[in-house]
Write a protein that binds this ligand. Sequence first.
Ligand code: GLN
Length: 200
Amino acid sequence: MKIGIIGLQGAVSEHLEAARRAMHKLGIQGQAIWVDKPEQLEGADGVIIPGGESTTIGKLMQRTGTFERIKQLAGNGVPILGTCAGLIVLAKRGDEQVMRTGQPLLGLMDIAVVRNAFGRQRESVEVDLEIPLLGKEPFRCVFIRAPAVEEVWGDAEAIAKFRGKIVGVRQRNMIAVAFHPELTHDTRLHEHFLRMCQKG
Ligand code: GLN
């Protein structure tokens, strides 16, 4: 199995680590690789778009050509996981901050996002949330200047909520979460994603 982690800006090495740990746990032979060129996505079974600064990530994806490549892969059914800024980039619609900056959105998920939805909290908030998709045990979620999803439509469905707002969504071959699953030792979200990649 080959998982590409988009490594243009943001929390890249933590996702590499988390994906590798999750592979190990599931006994999957494979590699998680750092991607900054479209050709590195050749034959990828899954793609992760990490957190960071979504305007920068979107622009760098366009400049490197990874933007179009991810769209093609997603269209072919390859699983995509977006976390935090990655969730924003996957969205079809953004708030007025998104409009103002004209940041590029992949527009792959039927969701409308709000950037920095929990205020400009100084750094981070950690909370245990119930995410039935990941089992009974609550999942530790780290929010860092996190977005939220204010609307889902089509076959997109909410999988997690925090303070009454949607912070996790699933749609067909895609999952997007507003928090940082790569920053804790709990690899359940990565494991779930890898299982989707196995089926694909
Ligand atoms: N606030 C950032 C943005 O809007 C996302 C924060 C994150 O990825 N930790 O791009």
